[in-house]
Design a protein around this ligand. Structure first.
Ligand code: C2O
Ligand code: CU
Ligand code: CU
Length: 468
């Protein structure tokens, strides 16, 4: 079901090509006893690489850095879709921009080299105004990139390297997904689905595991904690390993974000179990039956086999060059991107999405380091947003919270982890966040947006151009 028993990916030459045929189509999956759940998903066959599946989700691919990925994609849905490779630095025409919609019955060949470092990336649809709906129907998959820098560390691997895709859903009595736009907060569900299964439980050895977590939810922000009160040892973020492990009492994981944790079950005995939960927090407005900050169990880990595992956490995990604020080309004049709301429409940079337009302050240059400041300073109707940039990863360098929102911020602050390479960051109500970004590889038109998918569909997305 998971990556259990999959042998480590052989070190490969840069010429390796992974061919995949992938069809978006209606499918079904027995998510819990009784009737199967009707989903939309990706059916795939893979040559030259490794793939597994989990529940209704699309393939979980493992590919080495520098491999070429060639995806012969077909849309067998009843509406337009695209495939976006979240976190991967790919040419603009391969990025799944909504303007490159693949119509029902048509194909698109996505082909690109994996330039990213080892890490947990993913893919999902990105059509105009329908991303939330399609992801909620089940469309998402995972791309795990491996590289040599990481392999020499000897982290837990094979069946002890797990991926957990976290999604919340509303499931009716006939086991079907219910979806609605959810008003201002976006779609929030009260049933946790992990790797396409409810009541997710994983049998483990009394050993150390590397657990990759992907928040594949539409709008749900998690405040992850262990049920036994143990702290969370974080070893990786969106784009792979951190310089060194960081220990936090709980970890915030917003839609689109990934984290890797060092989960040590070695002191537990056969029959013991521990749960990963999401805890309460406060973040401005957003009601409904299961509001943001609603507490839920996410996954249970049950020790079923006693083994001796003397593995220790490496002191240094990876080298990450630090961008410095003083090196930003626009230090004196940061790009300021306010978050706002007009009627029911969320906006970014004072405008709603325009599929074929950029504003004058949305034009950047390849190879130029810039500071962008996102500002979440609306009045009482403000809420938290996960902000995502396509293209090269960035670094989060500064957060400032206004005094009025400090108390709410205090319910999450110990779990906001910004280190390492990021492609999505959480901005809390009353907060300003500065990031440093440098488009490395490609020129062209890319997107930045809120990864609350209902906000994105309601307009909280903009193009930006990267000029040579
Ligand atoms: Cu994962 Cu533009 O999105
Ligand atoms: Cu993306
Ligand atoms: Cu948002």
């Amino acid at each position: 079901m998971l990556l259990g028993g999959v042998p480590a990916f052989a070190q490969s030459s840069a010429k390796q090509i992974v061919y995949m045929t992938m069809t978006a189509k209606p499918m079904s999956w027995p998510i819990r006893p009784g009737a199967a759940t009707n989903t939309w998903s990706y059916e795939a066959t893979v040559r030259g690489g490794q793939a597994t599946r989990a529940g209704y989700l699309g393939p979980i691919l493992r590919v080495p850095k520098d491999a070429y990925l060639s995806v012969n994609f077909k849309n067998e849905l009843v509406e337009d879709t695209t495939v976006h490779w979240h976190g991967l630095d790919v040419p603009a025409i391969m990025d799944g921009h909504p303007i490159m919609a693949v119509q029902p019955g048509y194909r698109y060949n996505y082909a690109f080299r994996i330039l990213n470092r080892a890490g947990t990336y993913w893919f999902h649809p990105h059509p105009d105004m329908r991303t939330g709906f399609q992801v909620a129907k089940g469309m998402a998959g995972v791309i795990i990139v491996t590289d040599h820098e990481e392999q020499v560390l000897g982290l837990p691997s094979g069946s002890r390297d797990l991926i957990l895709v976290l999604q919340d859903r509303v499931i009716d009595e006939g086991n079907q997904f219910l979806y609605n736009w959810g008003g201002a907060p976006g779609f929030l569900g009260g049933t946790m689905v992990v790797n396409g299964q409810v009541d997710f439980a994983q049998e483990v050895d009394s050993a150390v595991y590397r657990i990759r977590l992907l928040n594949g939810s539409n709008a749900r922000i998690y405040k992850l904690a262990w049920s036994n009160g143990a702290p969370i040892v974080v070893i990786g973020g969106d784009h792979g390993l951190l310089p060194a492990a960081e220990t936090v009492p709980y970890l915030m994981l917003a839609p689109g974000q990934r984290a890797e944790i060092w989960a040590d079950f070695s002191a537990m005995s056969v029959g013991d179990s521990v749960r990963l939960e999401t805890l309460n927090f406060s973040m401005g407005s957003g009601g409904g039956n299961w509001p943001q900050g609603y507490e839920m169990d996410i996954a249970e880990f049950r020790v079923t086999r006693s083994v001796h595992d003397p593995r220790v956490l490496p002191k240094f995990l990876s080298k990450i060059p630090r961008y410095r604020l003083e090196d930003a080309a626009n230090l004196a004049n940061p790009r300021e991107i306010p978050i706002s709301r007009v009627g029911t429409e969320w906006r970014l940079n004072n405008a709603a999405f325009e599929i074929d337009n950029v504003a004058s302050n949305e034009i950047t240059r390849r190879g130029v380091l810039e500071v962008w400041e996102f500002q979440n300073l609306l009045g009482t109707s403000t809420m938290a947003h996960p902000i995502h940039l396509h293209g090269s990863p960035f670094q989060v360098v500064e957060r400032t919270v206004s005094p009025a929102w400090q108390a709410a911020y205090d319910t999450v602050r110990h779990g906001i982890l910004d280190d390492g390479w990021r492609d999505t960051f959480l901005i809390m109500p009353g907060e300003k966040v500065k990031i440093l970004t440098k488009p490395e590889h490609f020129t062209g038109r890319f997107l930045y947006h809120c990864h609350n998918l209902e906000h994105e569909d309601m307009g909280m997305m903009r193009n930006f151009d990267i000029l040579p």
